[in-house]
Design a protein around this ligand. Structure first.
Ligand code: 13P
Ligand code: SF4
Length: 306
């Protein structure tokens, strides 16, 4: 069978299964183009989380990474949440250990712990506040302590400190998002030389030297919204390259260039049409979260104001 027919048939099968199962498909902005095309809702972590909260269908198929599907389950625990590939695990979250978080909490008893949503589920039962990249400045700013124990990416730790004016202590110096960490100043300067009129837009997970060159720093959805409103016509995008497909599709009159050709998140790309079809057909892989963690995580989200 030709690829075009194969893809068309898969999409048709997914549509039929979706109706039969009373399901909805949520997809992150880093997903493959063909997954973005079949999504009922596209967005960044917070947009999809808030959407998941109000879904009244029976099943949520989450096309993203494990840690994001967990949040959908936490916010709407009565629904079945399916992650189409059990191995779609955020690489950065796998670098975080609960023992380091517990150690930091003991060392700084007067601090509060702020956790990024891209973190292991067992940690979500131990934190004071939870944040996504979109609301990090507000959540950190509203925290009552001057010292924040930060359980995630070291580049974002700097960003939280810059934005909140607080002392931010990362639980480990060895935690980065490999996709944003490999995005170098060399890559960016090269892109800038080739596109002299373009504005640089960066995700908060980028290195501070990249953020300093950016006109605007925002979550993936924040970048999209900025490009829609801006009077500028060309942009260099410093984040995972899946976002470029959505930018080009929704803003066809403007030009978008990747800051790095190699900014690709493999776990995000593990979600394929075939796996979405199989997931709906076989009802796999269902997200399960122990109740005590789920309740504590939801409380942290509520306290964080989202
Ligand atoms: P967003 O908060 O923009 O969705 O980013 C999530 C993410 O995985 C960044 O690497
Ligand atoms: Fe995790 Fe980085 Fe991939 Fe985002 S881009 S899902 S933080 S590994």
């Amino acid at each position: 069978m030709h690829r075009k027919n194969y893809i068309r048939n898969l999409k048709k099968e997914i549509q039929e299964l979706k109706e039969k199962r009373n399901a909805v498909i949520l997809a992150h902005n880093y997903q493959r183009p063909e997954i973005q095309d079949i999504a009922d809702v596209l967005g960044d972590s917070i947009t999809l989380s808030l959407k998941a909260k109000e879904i009244n269908k029976d099943i949520i198929v989450y096309c993203g990474v494990d840690v994001q599907a967990d949040i959908a389950k936490i916010l709407n625990p009565k629904k079945i949440v399916l992650l189409p590939d059990i191995n779609a695990k955020c690489t950065m979250a796998l670098m975080l250990y609960l023992k380091d978080l517990k150690k930091a909490k003991e060392k700084y008893p007067n601090s509060q712990v702020l956790l990024y949503t891209n973190s292991p589920i067992e940690m979500k039962g131990y934190v004071d506040r939870l944040t996504t990249s979109a609301n990090i400045a507000e959540v950190a700013g509203r925290m009552k302590t001057d010292t924040i124990v930060w359980a995630s990416d070291i580049h974002m730790a700097d960003y939280v400190a810059e934005k909140s004016g607080k002392k931010v202590i990362p639980i480990s110096e060895e935690v980065v998002c490999p996709v944003h960490n490999q995005l170098s100043l060399d890559d960016l300067m090269d892109a800038k030389e080739r596109h002299l009129q373009a504005e640089v837009l960066a995700h908060p997970e980028c290195l501070s030297e990249i953020r300093k060159k950016a006109k605007h720093i925002a979550s993936t959805e924040g970048i999209l919204n900025y490009c829609k409103k801006s009077n500028t016509n060309e942009f260099i995008i410093a984040t995972e390259n899946g976002l470029l497909y959505r930018l080009k599709k929704e803003i066809p009159n403007k030009k978008f260039y990747p800051a790095s050709e190699t900014a690709i998140c493999q776990p995000m790309k593990a979600i394929t049409l075939q796996r979405v079809r199989d997931s709906l057909k076989e009802m796999k892989y269902q997200v399960e979260i122990p109740k005590h963690i789920l309740d504590k995580a939801r409380e942290a989200i509520e306290k964080s104001g989202w």
